[in-house]
Design a protein around this ligand. Structure first.
Ligand code: GLU
Length: 444
């Protein structure tokens, strides 16, 4: 059977690096073995879900290259959840509960004060039909809990190895709220069954859920998918990233100028034994992906690494790929120019500043006017490919300047900056009159 995975975001905010890593690992796992990737919008919460968030999720995923093969909205599938709930009610797995939130809260406090775990005591399971009728007559609407078997649920986790959850230590999960809202737990299982998901890949924070959901799969008589729970992301200093995730939105990173392949290379390789290097393509990233490379230790999300990968992505970007983007910025100065400046870029947009070295305007920095004047006199009439070595050779012979003392004043005069592209390669691209003007101290 071919692999089929799903990414199931709730459309209640922006996609951040944490969700995207989950999406990415699902995509890489599927594509690495010719499988398919499902986008499932978990929008059962009609109040908190927004169309805007849903649209943005699609925009972000497409931009990152995480195209989906199938797409669903949970909000269009309530009939399926009703049918599953009916089945679970009929088999006694789903039972009505009448406690109010205040009553449950009080009971938990009593349990805790007695040193007992705050697990739901199943009081509603023992209600007689008369008692239930009395509650209903009072106007109480039941919420519905799934009756856990209370056992050690185990599975072979692709990322964690042998995994176990003791459902005896958990409260029976509420699947349907008193107002009829289906919480995440049941729709997720129903969809995973209907959509024939072969592997559920998500963050480690879902391990406990998995214990309950495996029991629901069993209660619905379904074939069990495989599971993988990934270690969570931590920051560069090793601290949990969960609180900061909200500020690490993909749409903001796009606006900041990050390359999608830098983001996917970073998120696809952290927490694995792979070196943190830029991938040539998503295809290559998928072919190289394996859960066997993923350790149990958390994955370190480090902006400095991401920045380095972004620069790498630009260093290897072929001219054909850069060309339309250069044209859009109005700085397509040809393939030679691109090849000269790309090692100097941290972000693509910086190419605008480098194009000014060729096209102007540059405000020269001249600390020694006499030196600049001497250099100007020696500037060859013909600006050929070897102009830099010919010219600096002549300036050296005339002034005695050498090394940094020779090159730096010329770089500052011609580019206005202490750092930048290889002068030997960029100077031949600058029109002679512009070189002359800059050596005279004029902005040109
Ligand atoms: N909507 C859930 C979440 O974002 C999906 C979890 C899952 O993958 O099952 O946490």
């Amino acid at each position: 059977m071919s692999v089929k995975v799903r990414f199931a975001p709730s459309p209640t905010g922006k996609l951040h690096v944490g969700n995207v890593r989950t999406a990415l690992v699902n995509w890489l796992f599927a594509k690495g073995q010719g499988g398919s990737f499902v986008l499932r919008i978990d929008d059962t919460d009609l109040v908190r879900s927004t169309k805007e968030s849903e649209d943005n999720i699609e925009i972000d995923l497409k931009w990152l290259g995480l195209e989906w093969d199938e797409r669903y909205n949970q909000s269009k599938r309530f009939d399926r959840y009703e049918a599953a709930a009916d089945k679970l009610k009929a088999s006694g797995h789903l039972y009505p509960c009448y406690e109010t939130a205040e009553e449950l809260d009080l009971r938990r406090k009593v349990q805790l004060s007695r040193g007992m775990p705050p697990i739901y005591d199943r009081a509603s399971l023992n209600l007689t039909d008369e008692q239930k009728a009395a509650y209903e007559a009072e106007g109480r609407k039941p919420h519905w809990r799934f009756k856990l078997e209370g056992k050690r649920v185990s599975w072979e986790d692709l990322a964690r190895g042998h995994a176990e959850v003791d459902t005896a230590s958990m409260s029976d999960p509420v699947l349907i709220r008193a107002d009829g809202l289906f919480l995440y737990t049941l729709p997720s299982v129903v969809d995973d069954i209907d959509m024939e998901i072969t592997h559920i890949i998500r963050g480690e924070d879902h391990v406990t859920n998995t214990g309950a959901q495996i029991e629901i799969f069993e209660a619905l008589g379904a074939k069990m998918p495989g599971f993988a729970h990934m270690p969570l992301l931590v920051g560069a200093d090793g601290s949990a990233l969960s609180k900061r995730l909200g500020s690490l939105a993909i749409m903001d990173m796009r606006a900041d100028g990050y390359e999608p392949i830098a983001i996917t290379s970073h998120l696809g390789k952290i927490g694995t034994s792979d070196n943190l290097e830029i991938a040539a393509s998503m295809q290559e990233l998928g072919e190289g992906f394996s859960f066997s490379k993923m350790g149990r230790s958390p994955a370190r999300y480090d902006e400095a690494d991401l920045g380095r990968l972004n620069a790498q992505a630009l260093q290897v970007m072929p001219y054909e790929v850069a060309k339309p983007r250069l044209a859009e910025l109005g700085v397509d100065l040809g393939e030679d120019f691109w090849n000269v400046v790309r090692p100097n870029l941290n972000f693509f947009k910086e190419v605008e500043g480098l194009a000014a070295i060729v096209n102007g305007p540059i405000t020269p920095v001249i600390e020694d006017a006499a030196f600049a004047e001497a250099a100007l006199k020696l500037l060859p009439e013909e600006i050929g490919a070897d102009v830099w070595s010919v010219w600096t050779g002549a300036v050296k012979a005339e002034t005695g300047a050498k090394g940094k003392g020779l090159f730096m004043p010329l770089r500052l005069a011609l580019t206005g900056q202490a750092h930048g592209p290889d002068m030997g390669a960029i100077v031949p691209m600058i029109p002679r009159e512009r070189l002359v003007a800059r050596l005279k101290g004029e902005t040109a």
